[in-house]
Design a binder for this molecule. Structure first.
Ligand code: ATP
Ligand code: MG
Length: 407
């Protein structure tokens, strides 16, 4: 049975509830993009092992072993396959995982494991798939598939279907052991979180930015989340939503650091001293400055936003460029070329959409101008900023941040 817990093609990210509670003590992880890594692959593997350990922190792990192109996790006791699947489907850097039984490297031991493996599974058709990392094994993959296939037919009466089987028996022949399982859990692939360094991510309560954060996590970035709010002029709903969004993202990698940053005083200065049409862009430039300052403290190397080209007035090419000149750090916009529908589909899959669409008051709507500038020049914004004491405002804003570790 292939468990599509994380299914890039499906519109809804969903969990299947098995009828029978199956248990397993071992989980094998197969790499995604990591297989392409050359000499520094061990660095990626070490980080992946740390992340796997953290993901299963609530379960007693007996050992984690690096095998050829895979990682094998052994738990102290049998675990429910459902619990393993939930966690294993949310680890970046692996393509898929399979709960397995581990037997000695002989065909007899493999065959002996089949009845208990199939116990409780009800299926009309099946396929056996085998890979041999150990080429000295006396049987070829094809021979193993045929023999185990014949055994399954005899045991269960199911028919072989190599195209769309109801159940697949996965076998991996390694040098000192053979692994056998019937579940394949799809994972989000990409790179292990942390291998691409740290970024600060501007998280609003909207639809886009949680998706942007997730995509950067998939590329191996560890995000430090920053949310700007306009309390007491806006209500608490946006902060509560952002906390809920951070919790949804933390299901993929935890803990996540989240700073709630009071921005109203800064905004009031902007409103009092600068032209109205530049307001939103000046908010953005100032957010970017505050983010840069925090990035230096937390040793982050980039700033992530959920901007998508042309989505709103502040995201025209010239306005994106005008915001960028306020900071020297790379501004990463993983959604820049995606249209809103695509972003919404991702948000649904990730489970953030339902949270994002709850009504809230965003700090950028706070005294939003009637006619925002769509083609601004950085030089005009710099001139407007001349009326502000930026270093003092940035410093005061950073100092007001309230930090949370989100799980
Ligand atoms: P989203 O883009 O997440 O749907 P939104 O539509 O409210 O939210 P935009 O106006 O599109 O936000 O803002 C573009 C980007 O600026 C956001 O994706 C986010 O990265 C950043 N941003 C906007 N408002 C905030 C905020 N209050 N706190 C932190 N970042 C913000
Ligand atoms: Mg947006």
């Amino acid at each position: 049975m292939t468990r599509a817990l994380y299914a890039p093609q499906s519109p809804v990210y969903s969990h299947q509830v098995p009828v029978v509670v199956h248990t397993c003590r071992h989980l094998i992880f197969h790499y995604g993009e990591l297989v392409l890594k050359g000499r520094n692959r061990h660095r990626f593997e070490a980080r992946l092992i740390d992340n796997i350990r953290a993901k299963f922190h609530h379960m007693a792990i007996r050992g984690i072993r690096k095998l050829t192109g895979r990682i094998l996790v052994e738990f102290d006791s049998d675990q429910s396959v459902q619990t393993l699947s939930d966690a294993a489907s949310r680890i970046f850097g692996v393509a898929n995982a399979t709960p397995v039984h581990v037997v000695g490297p002989s065909f007899d031991e493999l065959a002996a494991a089949v009845p208990s493996l199939l116990d409780g599974h009800d299926f009309a058709s099946f396929a056996v798939r085998c890979v041999r990392a150990e080429k000295r094994f006396p049987l070829t993959s094809q021979e193993i598939c045929q023999r185990i296939g014949a055994q399954v037919v005899q045991l269960c009466g199911a028919r072989v279907d190599l195209t769309a089987p109801a159940l697949t028996v996965w076998i991996e022949v390694l040098s000192h052991m053979i692994l056998i399982g019937v579940e394949r859990i799809a994972s989000p692939a990409g790179l292990p979180v942390g291998t691409s360094g740290r970024v600060v991510a501007l998280l609003s309560a909207g639809i886009d930015s949680p998706v942007a954060v997730w995509r950067m996590m998939q590329r191996g970035c560890e995000p430090v989340l920053l949310h700007f709010h306009s309390a007491p002029f806006t209500n608490l709903a946006s902060q509560e939503k952002v906390m809920a969004l951070a919790q949804a993202l933390a299901r993929w990698h935890a803990p996540l650091q989240l700073a709630m940053i009071p921005f109203a005083a800064f905004q009031q200065e902007i409103i009092a001293r600068t032209p109205e049409s530049y307001r939103v862009l000046l908010y953005r430039r100032c957010m970017a400055r505050v983010a840069t300052q925090i990035a230096h403290t937390v040793r982050a190397e980039g700033i992530v936003t959920g901007d998508s080209l042309g989505q709103v007035a502040s995201q025209t090419l010239s306005n994106l460029a005008a915001v960028e000149t306020a900071v020297v750090m790379p501004l990463l916009r993983p959604l820049v070329g995606m249209d809103k529908n695509e972003i919404v589909q991702w948000a649904r899959r990730l489970g953030t959409y339902e949270i994002s669409i709850e009504p809230h008051q965003d700090c950028c709507n706070f005294l939003e101008p009637q006619h925002p500038a769509t083609r601004s020049r950085a030089s005009d914004l710099v001139r407007a900023e001349g009326a502000l004491d930026l270093p003092a405002l940035v410093e005061r804003t950073v100092a007001g941040a309230v930090w949370h570790a989100v799980r």
